[in-house]
Design a protein around this ligand. Sequence first.
Ligand code: FE2
Length: 194
Amino acid sequence: MAPSRREFLGVILGASAAGALGPPALAQTTLTPTPACGGHATPTQTEGPYFKPSSPERVSLLEPEMRGRRLVVTGVVRGTDCKPVPRALLDFWQADAGGRYDNAGFRLRGHQLTDAEGRYRLETVLPGVYPGRTRHIHVKAQAPNRPPLTTQLYFPGEAANARDGIFDPALLVALSDAPDGASAARFDFVLALR
Ligand SMILES: [Fe+2]
């Protein structure tokens, strides 16, 4: 079994206390992320005017000639008990790089199911901004046989976050640069299952 975060911390604190006696062999140890669940479900947000049911099932929303910076969003869907939720439905929709939604078809719309460990991976482009809103991706997250949770994901470092009345910092993705030039975003969803 993998050591818990507390056990990791204990080892590291112990190591630093004895640091003068030897090399800091564990200084590079990577802590496991603090669980984001802990009894608190992901906050809900307004659906907005552009949701369309029956999006296609696909993990990549990329299409030839699509403009914008490539974005890969990954994470895990958990219950408030912290356990991963397999076969959770995630339905994403977003604006294109120019800030436009496709309301005629299903461009930049798609749903997928989490794997046996509750993981998902979405390939898309960084959504553009449109008047009145900061940069965001809409999503509905639904555990099997449960009602969907409707929310939105946000991006750190956006000046418009502070001016957006809907923005919630609890819904910020962790953003980094992927080795292949894409942006990599990480967000774990927590669903109330009881
Ligand atoms: Fe929107």
